[in-house]
Design a protein around this ligand. Structure first.
Ligand SMILES: C[S@@+](CC[C@H](N)C(=O)[O-])C[C@H]1O[C@@H](n2cnc3c(N)ncnc32)[C@H](O)[C@@H]1O
Length: 187
């Protein structure tokens, strides 16, 4: 959860207190993952190409988790393209910041702790993959993204579906509307 209820400007990167050892279970859980969604590298390239971030574009990614898709979008856009990753989990942001530094994206990609529902900074490109539960449902997520994207911009929206009925724990973590919506394709 965020240490402050209101989001702060992205240049406040002092998260030294949150930096954890590589053996920290919370961090180790995602260490081997490129992103937290069933997506091949080729298909990621394809959809990021459709997003068409270009020099001067600002890309926003609420529901960040691993940050890789956001960083690839910014890299694909070339110099001048910037990004902001938004998540309510400080540990998510503490993991993403050093990755951005390693890739030379300091100053171009910022990370902000906020609830998606209160995030109101507009962007030229909105990226939301597997995170509709951050707005409690697909409809609410699309409405929010439509409000946040600047005129002439683009939204890349990826949604999940269940291969089998969700466990009670999975349904509880995503919230009932999303758990129900993702179950519908099962019939
Ligand atoms: C399932 S992950 C998305 C992962 C993404 N598909 C990827 O490939 O990296 C969802 C993320 O949304 C964040 N999240 C969930 N609810 C949120 C909310 N209400 N506001 C902000 N972030 C939220 C979680 O902390 C988590 O990092």
């Amino acid at each position: 959860m965020c240490r402050e209820s209101r989001w702060r400007s992205g240049d406040d990167n002092d998260d030294s207190a949150l930096m954890t050892s590589p053996l920290d279970p919370g961090q180790a859980r995602y260490a081997a993952m490129r992103w937290n969604t069933p997506l091949s590298v080729d298909h990621a390239e394809f959809i990021l190409d459709l997003l068409e971030a270009r020099g001067g574009s600002g890309v926003a990614r609420p529901g960040l988790r691993l940050g890789e898709l956001l960083m690839r979008a910014v890299e694909a856009g070339g110099p001048g393209t910037t990004g902001v990753g938004v998540d309510r989990d400080e540990q998510v942001l503490a993991r993403a910041r050093p990755l951005a530094t390693t890739r030379g994206l300091d100053g171009r990609v910022h990370f902000v702790c906020a609830e998606s529902a209160t995030w109101d900074q507009r962007a030229d490109r909105m990226l939301c993959v597997g995170a509709s539960h951050a707005w409690a449902g697909v409809e609410q997520a699309l409405q929010a993204l439509a409000r946040l994207v600047r005129p002439g911009g683009r939204v890349l929206f990826g949604e999940g579906c269940w291969e089998r009925s969700p466990t009670a724990a999975a349904a509880a973590s995503l919230g009932e509307p999303v758990a129900h919506a993702w179950t519908e394709p099962l019939g």
